[in-house]
Design a protein. Structure first.
Length: 135
């Protein structure tokens, strides 16, 4: 079996912890020094790792970390029970909703950027969930 851990580079641990606990109701699990914190309350733990802007993303050089809004081909989707309440909570914590909330065959979808430039989505499944589009 393969386990899943989500690691998220952030420029500020305290601000990131405050955002993710307020926006999504995650709770602090463990702290690993001043620059590494575990957040629990989702299907997989989310680890916030302090990484300064402009630092290389890997040993071979290439791209560097930036925390303005950026695109990445992978992002977390958080499943919620009440989309309206979840949107209000995320926006109050500092998220920016990107576009309107969409109706989909499987439920509702809302896209966001966190205060650190990372994209994420909120999904409220209907009774069928992804079975509505499964073939």
């Amino acid at each position: 079996m393969t386990g899943l851990l989500l690691n998220l580079d952030v420029p500020d641990i305290a601000a990131s912890e405050a955002f993710y606990t307020a926006a999504l109701g995650l709770t602090v699990g463990r702290r690993f020094g001043d620059n590494f914190v575990e957040l629990l309350g989702s299907d997989a733990p989310l680890y916030l790792l302090k990484k300064d802007p402009g630092t290389p993303i890997g040993p071979a050089g290439g791209d560097t970390r930036r925390y303005a809004r950026h695109w990445t081909p992978i992002h977390p989707d958080f499943v919620v029970d009440d989309m309206d309440a979840a949107i209000a909570r995320a926006v109050a914590a500092g998220a920016v909703q990107e576009g309107e909330t969409c109706d989909a065959p499987y439920g509702k979808l809302a896209m966001f950027a966190d205060p650190f430039g990372h994209g994420f989505c909120l999904i409220e499944f209907n009774q069928e969930g992804y079975d509505a589009i499964a073939t």
